[in-house]
Design a protein around this ligand. Structure first.
Ligand code: HMG
Length: 405
């Protein structure tokens, strides 16, 4: 079988960040609840001149620059998002234009809550595997702005960002193992009616839907790979969709307990072993999510980017488990190997530098930016973005480039 996977990963997050201790103070919530209860420290705040299209285009521009592939090599462009900017016109066609992609590049937008980024990656991998790609690559971009009502309990789990993935043969980053465990079920755990900008959520229920979906997807993956040994011994890291970091902790404890029980492990040793497994195999991937918040479709790939950038040298040649969850719901459990040489390639992601260069905003400024909504605007002159959303005229959205992309 051909080696197919993620060749290059480009990440983009907005320049503004709100430290969550200040938000906790403003809302009268104990800061420990946020830092320990949710595991979150800060969240990205998108200004009015950034929307799903610009987040996606900025991440994609970084990926293309890193990969050094020509525009003509991209034969498929998929934008995965649950915060689309139009009911009919897909975000992808704006990217097609902003990035200067060729006319014979198939392009469309995908939706299934936070899951569609993974749907895009899998579909792109199949397109390459089938031969339809004719040697070309796919560009899959997951981009979202997670918004809940101000002063709601979910407010602390907002965020914004994008992950752009170039998918092709002989990838320089992550080779997919080609096996997926999938789980889908119609549930109302999180949704956003067409007339609302902020999502609605049945918070506690969404946690149990996520965990049930993990059980289902992991069970299928285990069955499909029977003979490859216990799940917990196969992978050097477990990456989970991370709406807030404590969710990844809950997920891993659930998976660990089920695997431990299946293997006939001593119940007395379970808690300690599960904590140690979490600390070694999950926690190292979570720092970026702690500082950015929920990026919905991009969340899992933000964790991958952080792990590959920070731990790439130790993990080269090792297998990773990935779990993608999208409310509603659909979930997928799959594996991938960080290929030899991937650490050097991942160093180009530049995520740590991007996080360090952000500007902190006060709660007042965050509320002002949130209320300004999606009016468009102009970024400060020192912007590091390649494009921005300048506003709407005659019901049409206008995007402008700040530099050649
Ligand atoms: P909440 O009501 O604010 O918080 O909702 P809580 O009362 O459940 O407390 C949270 C944790 O803090 C608990 O820990 C408390 O014990 C602890 P746990 O028991 O769960 O381990 N706590 C404290 N710890 C230390 N000191 C204290 C303290 N007080 C309490 N003083 C909730 C939290 C996550 C439900 C809310 O923020 C929410 O609704 N968020 C949005 C929904 C969400 O993120 N769901 C996740 C699963 S669904 C998903 O991932 C899909 C999604 O990404 C969307 C998509 O697919 O498109 C959301």
């Amino acid at each position: 079988m051909k080696t197919i996977g993620i060749d290059t990963l480009g990440i983009y997050v907005p320049r503004y960040v709100l430290p969550l201790d200040t938000l906790a103070q403003a809302r009268g919530v104990p800061v420990e609840k946020i830092h320990l209860g949710l595991g979150a420290r800060a969240m990205a705040v998108a200004p009015p001149w950034e929307d799903t299209v610009t987040l996606a285009a900025n991440a994609a521009a970084r990926a293309l620059a890193q990969a050094q592939v020509s525009r003509d090599e991209i034969g498929l462009l998929v934008v995965a998002t649950e915060t689309a900017v139009d009911h009919a016109k897909p975000a992808s066609i704006f990217l097609h234009d902003l990035l200067g992609l060729p006319a014979n590049c198939r392009t469309f937008e995908l939706k299934h809550a936070c899951y569609s980024g993974t749907a895009g990656v899998m579909m792109a991998a199949e397109w390459v595997r089938s031969g339809s790609a004719r040697g070309r690559k796919a560009l899959v971009v997951a981009a979202d702005i997670a918004r809940y009502d101000l002063a709601s309990s979910a407010e602390f789990t907002q965020g914004a960002g994008a992950a752009a993935m170039i998918v092709g043969e002989n990838p320089r980053l992550l080779a997919l193992d080609g096996v997926s465990g999938v789980y889908a079920r119609n549930v109302y755990d999180f949704w956003r009616p067409l007339d609302r900008r902020e999502a609605l959520v049945d918070g506690k229920f969404s946690l149990s839907c996520y965990l049930d979906a993990l059980d289902g997807a992991a069970d299928e993956y285990r069955a499909l790979t029977a003979g490859a040994g216990p799940l917990l011994e196969r992978f050097a890291a477990f990456l989970y969709h991370t709406p807030f970091p404590k969710m990844a902790y809950k997920a891993h404890l659930r998976l660990f307990e089920r695997e431990w029980t299946r293997a006939g492990g001593d119940p007395a040793g379970l808690a300690e072993a599960a904590e140690a497994s979490y600390a070694a195999l999950v926690d190292p991937a979570l720092d970026a999510a702690r500082l950015v918040g929920n990026t919905y479709t991009a969340s899992l790939y933000l964790c991958l980017a952080w792990l590959a950038e920070q731990r790439g040298a130790q993990l080269e040649g090792r297998d990773l488990a990935l779990f993608s969850y999208g409310s509603g719901c659909c979930a997928e459990f799959f594996g991938g190997r960080l290929v030899e040489g991937s650490a050097r390639h991942a160093a180009g992601i530049g995520l740590a530098a991007m996080l360090a260069a952000r500007e902190s905003v006060s709660v007042e400024r965050y509320e002002e930016l949130s209320r300004a909504g999606s009016a468009g605007g102009t970024p400060p002159a020192d912007t590091r973005a390649h494009c921005f959303f300048s506003g709407v005229t005659d019901h049409k959205r206008n995007y402008e480039r700040t530099a050649s992309v």
